[in-house]
Design a protein around this ligand. Structure first.
Ligand code: GRF
Length: 203
């Protein structure tokens, strides 16, 4: 299975995917950020990459659509991509998933770790979900969670979560590559588990 990965920055989830390649292959990395560490990473690994200048949003969205159509990936993975995909881009991409650092539907958007602290939540985690036109709003495929240590600050929570994100994302992409998840009517279902419940994996 060929996957295209969209990033904006550090690219640690991209790195986890690159290291996990055997059932799937990262065929293209796309970024809106010229200085993204993930782009340097892609270059080091000889992965084709494209940087799209987002200063003209309309033009950027058109370029992204054209590129996604040309790349013809089996799956598009948003891994820290800090732009909302236009409906046309979602359509061009076909199958798109995103990793988000919260237990959706709680806390779509930014500053999720701080929100967990502010609300004194007992649990924190990450979600892999399908991408639709709503911000962090598509069907939830899988989540991982851990109990919050109340002495932790937001940065420590983010550090605790990121390695679990890597495991969750590579697990879900691997399941899709192994045809353990089935696409139906634009949605993705676990083959042998219940159709309506997302996977919950604790690492
Ligand atoms: C991750 O926390 C991911 O969940 C969120 O953005 C962050 C990206 O980190 N969408 P990295 O660039 O993969 O290191």
């Amino acid at each position: 299975m060929r996957i295209a990965v969209l990033i904006s920055g550090r690219g640690s989830n991209l790195e986890a995917l690159i290291h996990d390649q055997n059932r799937y292959r990262v065929c293209h990395v796309i970024s809106n950020n010229f200085n993204a560490r993930g782009i340097a990473l892609a270059q080091r690994h000889g992965i084709t990459n494209t940087i799209i200048d987002w200063s003209d949003r309309r033009q950027a969205e058109q370029m992204l659509c054209d590129l996604l159509i040309a790349v013809k990936a089996d799956l598009v993975v948003l891994a820290g991509f800090m732009r909302i995909l236009s409906p046309a881009a979602i359509n061009a991409a076909g199958k798109v998933i995103n990793i988000h650092p919260s237990l959706l539907p709680k806390y779509p958007g930014l500053k999720t770790h701080q929100k967990v602290i502010d609300n004194k939540d007992q649990w924190h985690g990450a979600t892999v979900h399908m991408v639709n036109e709503e911000l962090d709003g598509g069907l939830i495929l899988a989540q991982t969670r851990f109990q919050v240590d109340t002495s932790m600050n937001a940065e420590q929570l983010a550090d605790e979560l990121i390695s679990k994100e890597h495991k969750l994302l590579t697990t879900v992409v691997g399941l899709i590559a192994d045809n353990q998840m089935t696409w139906q009517d634009q949605l993705l279902y676990m083959n042998e588990k219940t159709c309506s419940k997302p996977l919950m994996i604790e690492y």
